[in-house]
Design a protein around this ligand. Structure first.
Ligand code: R5P
Length: 284
């Protein structure tokens, strides 16, 4: 592998543990001002010391993040539909590789929707991005998006993840499902899990733990961190699971003790009110 490519991957997947805590805050590209990210810069700043990479859009990067920060950037390169559109996830390229290079990113991310009628569009656009990214030594993250009506099991996730890798991904992001080991073992590149919708903190730590135990290289987690009652405590607990093999009880104990030390937010975050009209939605 090219030195630049390897160097960029090593900035994200830490060589000491072979794992990564990716902080996903790219939700605005189809969800707008997601709960917890209304003031993205303010929400993310205290989390940055604990994030191995920050995954976001070019707009969020330019408008909300100080260029002086020392965190590798994973740039979302796909989009084109909103949560209001029934063809959500029929994504194409929404950012040029030149702009990604200008932004000095360490990785580029693109969603494919395997099994949907427009899967071909997303796959061809993804592979075009991979070719462009490779020419600059930038690794590609394939997000295996899942429509609402699609079966979410290890067989499907393994199929989509393996396809992502064989089509050129250097890292695959998918969803945790029962039998996750099958997904990891049949994918030749590191696999990370998305967090999905907000669930209780202990359950999110359990999911991260189960994924790591099954061989995942880490998490690319968003809402279960930034919508936690105390996001700074939560990301540290997630780190303990990912990088230190902490058990769920220990990680949750760490979360609770940090939360009481740092102080819980005055008011727990409410769930987003907007109900999407789309029939096919991300598994998010
Ligand atoms: C999904 O494709 C987006 O990239 C989100 O960033 C991703 O789903 C991770 O966020 P969450 O943990 O909130 O699902």
């Amino acid at each position: 592998m090219d030195w630049g490519m390897q160097n960029r991957i090593s900035r994200i997947i830490k060589p000491a543990s072979g794992r990564t805590v990716m902080l996903a805050v790219d939700h605005g590209y189809f969800m707008g001002p997601t709960t917890g990210l209304e003031k993205l810069g303010r929400a993310v700043k205290p989390l940055l010391p604990y994030a191995d990479t920050l995954m976001l859009t070019r707009g969020a990067l330019r408008y909300y993040i100080d260029p002086g920060v020392d965190v590798p950037i994973t740039l979302r390169m796909s989009g084109g539909t909103s949560i209001l559109n029934k063809q959500l996830l029929h994504e194409g390229s929404v950012c040029s590789m030149e702009d990604a290079v200008r932004l000095n990113v360490s990785c580029v991310a693109f969603s494919i929707l395997v099994g949907a009628e427009y899967e071909r569009d997303t796959i061809l656009a993804f592979t075009k991005m991979v070719d462009e990214a490779r020419s600059y030594g930038i690794p590609s993250l394939c997000v295996t998006a899942v429509g609402r009506d699609m079966v979410r099991d290890a067989r499907y996730m393994a199929l989509a993840s393996r396809m992502g890798a064989e089509l050129g991904a250097d890292i695959v992001k998918t969803y945790y499902v029962e039998g996750f080991r099958k997904v990891v073992e049949s994918c030749p590149v590191p696999v990370v899990i998305a967090g999905g919708k907000k669930i209780p903190e202990r359950d999110a730590l359990q999911m991260a733990h189960d994924a790591i135990s099954a061989g995942a290289a880490g998490v690319d987690m968003g809402r279960n961190i930034f919508q936690a009652e105390n996001p700074v405590a939560m990301i540290q607990a997630v780190r303990a699971v990912v990088h230190e093999n902490a058990g769920v009880d220990d990680a949750y104990g760490l979360y609770r003790s940090l939360k009481s030390k740092l102080g819980a937010k005055a008011k727990p975050r409410a769930k987003a009110k907007a109900k999407p009209r789309a029939k096919v939605r991300a598994g998010r």
